[in-house]
Design a protein. Sequence first.
Lengths: 404, 295, 331
Amino acid sequence: MTMMKKLLTSAVATAMMVGGAQAAVSNDTVKIGYLADMSGTYRDLAGPNGMKALEMAIADFGGKVNGAKIEVVSADDRNSPDVASSTVRRWVENENVDLVAGLVASSVSIAVSDILEENDKLGIVSGSAASSITNEHCTPNHIHYVYDTYPLANGTASAVVKEGGKTWYILTADYAFGHALEGDVTRVVEANGGEIIGTLRHPFPTPDFSSFILQAQASGADVVALANAGADTTNAINTASEFGVTQSGQTLAALLLFLTDVHALGVDAAQGIQLTTGWYWDMNDETRAWSDRFEEETGVRPTMVHAGIYSSTMQYLKAVEATGSDDAQTVRKQMMDTPINDMFAKNGKIRADGRMVHDMYLAEVKTPAESKGEWDLYKILRTIPADEAYRPLSESKCPLVTSK
Amino acid sequence: MSMIFGVPLAVLAGQLLIGVINGAFYALLSLGLAVIFGLLKIINFAHGAMYMLGAMSTVILFDSLGVNYWVALFLAPLLVGAVGVVIEYFLLRRIAGQDHIYSLLLTFGVALLLGGVLTNIYGVSGLRYAMPDVFQGGMKLGFMFLPYYRLWVIVMALLVCFGTWFMIEKTKLGAYLRAGTEDSQLMQGFGINVPLLISLTYGFGVMLAAFAGVLAAPIYSVTPVMGSHILITVFAVVVIGGMGSIGGAIITGILMGVIEGLTKTFYPPASSAVIFLVMVVVLMFRPSGLFGKEA
Amino acid sequence: MTQPVNQTEIQKAILEQQSADNRKKMILNGVLLLLLLAAPFAMYPVFLMKILCFALFAVAFNLLFGFTGLLSFGHAAFLAAGGYTTGYLLSNFSGLTTELGIIAGTVAATVLGLGFALLSIRRQGIYFAMVTLALSQLVFFFLVQSEFTGGEDGMHGIPRGHLFGLVDLSDNYNLYYFVLAVFLGCYLLVQRIVSSPYGQVLKAIKQNEPRAISLGYNVNRYKVLAFVISAALAGLAGSLKSVVFQLASLNDAHWHMSGEVILMTLVGGMGTLLGPVVGATFVVNIEYQLSQGPLRDWVDPILGGIFVITVLAFRSGIVGEIQKFVKKNLG
């Protein structure tokens, strides 16, 4: 069945090439499927507003590419790999979807990338944190765009150690993501001459952090690092502020914190926390201009994931335009060959393993005195150059890299 | 410093205190469930959602109308209690007399409905709520720093728990309640409006959950999903205590807070599972829970 | 005895009626079977298989809930036990044929089910529901902690392999007919169980347990057996699902999954044979359609609403209400 289909498409493609037809866009339509958590834990960082960002990109591109129309479908993955894989299978096998965008929960992203590889379609992961997505789970059919755990740990941990935070106590969410983050932090801290004096693995989710914060205080460590995400992180920060962790001289480092989280916490509770981000809305005129438009659409300021969805969709459409094709490998190659220079990234580059590497930023949450508005939350302390931020290819376990 | 199983005594003391505080909080939440089950035989899976509504309405009342914490402490539970009365009147009443299981399924549906709608309006990142100024800071106890607010939580939780227990078990009103729900025809004969009594009892039960929600608003992340995480933990507490036993829910709540606290000290990863382990063990030896009457 | 002629006539009429009913049923079943056989050519096979897996899960759950009156709030544990065991074995032992992996998954769920049953069976009503919930939470904890499950990333790339080492299951159509065959086999098995003397005892227990005890039945033994069969079939559903999707994830073990199977059974009609199948089809479909459409962000509240409406207005579920309607108007 599928063999037949492949033969047929290649025959059609050949016929078109022979006929000299330029546009090899299948069905004369570029179809993008947006798959994300629309109702659960990860809703706010991508979710329905990510769809808005995607639509903005298509509108800015003009709604058509080389005369072919651009269509969008979307679905709630319900954070379930089952739901995600049945949706994506139908999209690529029956509905001619060319690109799957969004992709937040790591279990969803990994499941989807398997299906995309099987069907040779393209996926751009914007929301997931797991660095394994372009390491042991890499495929020639997806790109990981915005960030991953490696630069998060790298950026924050090395900066904090260099500022004198020598001894570390890590509160880790007890699941794969937390363990990965803990491992990365440990490596970076030790490489910079610091020391991990304690780790504590807490269940996911944990509604009350007082007991764990108390243990972190009792450890006497210079730095209390939070290797968790979402509600766990905001709860931990709230409790740390209540128990006076920073007042007693300890530094709080959050390894994964989104703008929406900091907004929920407020600068009172979150002030002084250092974190690494892939993008911030208030960096320059370009980012501000785009964010103003985004806020008009959605009522909130964009997270790095929203900006990444916009940027990656633009890059994709440009590549389709340049090659005149929506074939996954053709487009991916074009995207890899084209450096990314837009409001999201400067000199961003997609590597062979599918990792988009770009400069990351070390930020600190502003104090109430410094913050001039609801969304005026970060000051950027340092730009972390792309090569320093991301896992070098020499350490990669991705077969696309190692077999070469 | 003296050590117990590799943990300094001072740290252990702090953990125990925190355990008691969390336990009081569990007790408050379990209490409402126990009242609702004990008097009405309703298995209220919407209890977590009511807790969430209490916290959410505290924040929303402040953001939109400037209602402060002290007013919210009364107003939010009243509002949520009213929601409870509506749910009882329009929904639960229609399945009265059916198997308990249907009340569980119905309230589970209500919880999904409420959580889902609020998620679409307010998102899941959490709403910001500032700690009232009076509670800023805390006291140094030697072995730990105790924020004033936690002290307030334990005092309020215990007061409300004791008050409720006293009212239901020791006063005339409580006697009416117990009688009215056990033999409604007889009480109806005495001229007591039993359906109203039932609505109000359910409303009162969810008020307790909402009150816990107000207490939680300044210290926990206030989101539409905050209730669903805590729901089954609290259910476990009530089951261990013996479904429907008011005193049992209170004592077990505190006990479980302490056991959870100790687990958080000695083996943190298991701290969310330990309650279920305790539950399985307790029910093996006491089929109706620690303080429950034989079913 | 006074009017023997009349008596036999009535009996005859009843028998005729029954055989007519049976004929109708046969025709109905035949049509259904044809539809199931033709379905993958009209609909997407993977989606159909998803429905079949959940239908089997709901049928398994209903054997316990609908026919024995025991509400387990921990059935997700068996779905997950089956899925993870099959997934682990097929991923790590390449020599293993698919059906052996599935059988192993089913066995794992059966053993787990026996453990659950022994610990919970003496508890009544809500306590039974809560003990099963507590046990499934412990299973969830174990699965989160274990390395082999891949934690919240899940287990991916489970090979579909070859059935008996011969039939290539990576072909969706081959796999569909395999899943369909397993499903039908299990469905018929449950049908046999329910109509057997053993099934009659289960129904008696559901209606009035003290009476069943006083009639001399060892009620607990019957209940344990029902629980274990139910767990085994739920595990089989999980094993099949892991082969179909080539993944297993923590969602399968979460207590929300236990809630979802209750919803499916209730919506379809608890205590009827076809009910859980209809319910699973309905819920899986509605979830899928909603998550794609304009109401994409509202799946949870809508499911909640369906729960509420079903409990309030259609407690007998779709199939139950139809049966009632037919009895009232056509019988």
